[in-house]
Design a protein around this ligand. Sequence first.
Ligand SMILES: Cc1cc2nc3c(=O)[nH]c(=O)nc-3n(C[C@H](O)[C@H](O)[C@H](O)COP(=O)(O)OP(=O)(O)OC[C@H]3O[C@@H](n4cnc5c(N)ncnc54)[C@H](O)[C@@H]3O)c2cc1C
Length: 458
Amino acid sequence: MGQARGGRRRLVVIGGDAAGMSAASQARRLDPDLEIVALEKGRWTSYSACGIPYLVGGDVDSIDDLIAREPQTFRTQHNIDARILHEATSIDVDAQKVEVRDHEHGGRNYTLGYDVLHIATGATPARPPLPGIDDPLIHGVQTLEDAADLLAHAKKLEDPCHVVVVGAGYIGLEMAEAFVKRDVRTTVITRTAEPLSMFDPDMGALIGEAMRKEDIDLRTRTAAQSFERRGDKRIDVHTNNGTLTADLVILGLGVGPNSRLAIDAGIAVGERDAVKVDRQQRTSSDGVYSAGDCCESFHRLTGQHVYVALGTVANKQGRTAGTNIGGGYATFPGVIGTAVTKLCALECARTGVNEKEAREAGFEFSTVTIDSTTRAGYFPGAAPIKVKMLGEKRSGRVLGAQILGQEGAAKRIDVVATAITAGLDVEELTALDLSYAPPFSPLWDPILIAARKLAESL
Ligand SMILES: Cc1cc2nc3c(=O)[nH]c(=O)nc-3n(C[C@H](O)[C@H](O)[C@H](O)COP(=O)(O)OP(=O)(O)OC[C@H]3O[C@@H](n4cnc5c(N)ncnc54)[C@H](O)[C@@H]3O)c2cc1C
C-alpha cells in the first residue's frame, strides 16, 4: 500500500486544524513531492476555536472570520488534498492503512494507505454522564459546529433569560464574559473553592471578586448533579447547592485527549491517555507522528510529562512533526505552562509552576506578591496590576509568576516566560534592561518590582 502510488511517499494527516494542518503545511514546504491527504471529520479546516467566545460575545462578526484557511486554499495553493467530512474510523499500523468514512457522499467507506501518518485528532470536552446532560439546551464549545449551534441558540434567547456556565476554567470564564457582553444574566458554577484553578487560590479569590463585580453570579463548591427539562425552552440544573433554572447551559469542564483511534491501533499513550511522543513528535509506532491536544507534552521545569491543551503548543508541535516528516530535523522543547485569558476588564496570566505544582514537583521556594500600576501612577489610564512570583531556594531560579490586572497587564508574563526558558535566576531578572515611558509602565516595571522583592526574600 505504502509505495503503490508511482513511488511518491504519501502522508495522511488525521485532523484538519492547528496541529494537523501546521504539520501538513510544513511538510509540504520541505518536500514538494510528498503526496499529502488531510482528513477532517468536520466542515472546517484551520479554524480558531480560541475565537469562539469572542464570536458569541459579538467582538468577532462571523464564523468565517475564525477560519484561517479553507480546504480549497489547501488544495489549490499548497497541493494538500484536504478532505472535509471525511472521518478516520480506524488505523492499521502493520498494514499502514486508515479506514475512512466519507460523510459527504452518503457515508461510503474507503481505505487509504500511508507511508507516514500524523495523528492530530485534538481533544474531547469533558461530558460527565449526568442525567439529562444530552439535552439540546446544553452546549459544548469545542468546535465551530458547536459555535454555530450555540450562536443560533443565543440569538433566540428572549429577555429576561439566564445562562448557566458549568465549570470555571478559562473557557468557562471566557464564555461567561461573552454572555455578560450580550447583557444576559449569567451564573458560573464550579466545584472548586475558587475559579480558574490554574492560579493559586489567593489569586483565584481575586478573579472571583472581579466576576461578581461584573454581576456574574459565581457559585463555588457547587457541582452540577443532573439536568431536567422544564417545558420547551428552560432547563433545571440540579446541584449540591440547590437548583438553577436556565435558558441555556454551557459546559466548560475541561478537555481530555481524543486518542481513541491511536489507542485502538496499539499506539502507546501516557499522561491522561494522551498519545506518547518523543521530542520529534514520533509515536511508539514506526512512521506515525502525533501533535496537539491529543498528545502529551513535557514540562521543562518539573521534568514531568503533562497534558496541556493549548493552541500555542498544538501549532508548535505540529510544525515540529511537519519538519521531521518533510525530511528536516526539529524537536519540540516542551512547555512551561504559560497561558493568558481575560474576564471583562481583568487580564489573567500565568507561567511556570504555581504553588501547588511547585510543591508537587518537590521544589523549595519563596513567593512574593506585589501591587503596582500598568502605567506611571500619574498617567491617565493607569490601572492596578498584581504580580505574584515564585523562586527556587538556593538556586534562586525563577519558577513561575501569575499576573492579574487591567489592560496591558497580561502580556508582561512573556518576560517571565522568557526568563524561565533561559534559566535566569531572580537576580538576573531584576537586571533586565526593560523599557520605560509613562504611558507604558511605572519606572520600575511591575515584573522588576516583583523580582527585586523575591530576590530579597530568597
Ligand atoms: C473555546 C476555546 C477557547 C480557546 N482559547 C484558547 C486560547 O485563547 N489560547 C490557546 O492557546 N488555546 C486556546 N484553546 C485551545 C486550542 O483551540 C486548542 O489547543 C487547539 O485548537 C488544538 O489544536 P489541535 O489541532 O490539536 O486540535 P483541534 O483544534 O481540536 O483539531 C482537531 C481536529 O481533528 C478533527 N478530528 C478528530 N477526530 C477525527 C477523525 N477521526 N477523523 C478526522 N478528523 C478528526 C476534529 O474535527 C478537529 O477539527 C481554546 C479552545 C476552545 C475550545
